[in-house]
Write a protein that binds this ligand. Structure first.
Ligand SMILES: [Ca+2]
Ligand SMILES: [Ca+2]
Ligand SMILES: [Ca+2]
Ligand SMILES: [Ca+2]
Length: 147
């Protein structure tokens, strides 16, 4: 190996070392940024004066069934542990709010047409959750009998 070869080899080792040091430094920066972001996020979430009551509805800590939505009445129609204001399926009929809107059903009434079958079950069976088929049938029968 010539002197030039040895010098080149040493140069490569130094460059590799510098590169590794830079990579470690950058990784440290990314890590620090992530930690800073989550710190900012946490500060944001716990915006209320009392960390036990971030939504300032006077219901504290784990007792609040919607910790981030003010709901002092804690109303929970389907008794599933999630309050109505933060429960995507507040009436527990297997239809989430967007679906209730799509089918024209009442998001706070599990059986909108009152025929004894929950809205979600009617949709699953291909029936109309806003039409009480029994009542319609009776109306037709009565009309026929009246003739
Ligand atoms: Ca709440
Ligand atoms: Ca609920
Ligand atoms: Ca529902
Ligand atoms: Ca029904």
């Amino acid at each position: 190996m010539t002197n030039t070869d040895q010098r080149d080899a040493r140069r490569h080792r130094i460059l590799a070392g510098l590169f590794a040091a830079c990579a470690l430094f950058l990784a440290g920066q990314v890590h620090a940024n992530v930690q800073w972001d989550s710190l900012v996020w946490n500060t944001d979430v716990w915006a209320g004066d009392n960390p036990d009551d971030p939504d300032v509805d006077s219901v504290l800590g784990i007792a609040d069934n919607c910790p981030f939505d003010p709901n002092p009445d804690q109303a929970n129609l389907d008794m599933d542990g999630l309050g109505n204001v933060c429960d995507p399926d507040a009436d527990g009929d297997e239809l989430v709010a967007e679906q209730e809107e799509m089918y024209g059903t009442d998001p706070l009434n599990a059986d909108t047409d009152g025929d004894g079958n929950p809205d979600g079950a009617e949709v699953a069976m291909g029936r109309n959750p806003t039409l009480n088929e029994g009542t319609v049938l009776m109306t037709i029968i009565n009309a026929v009998l009246d003739d």
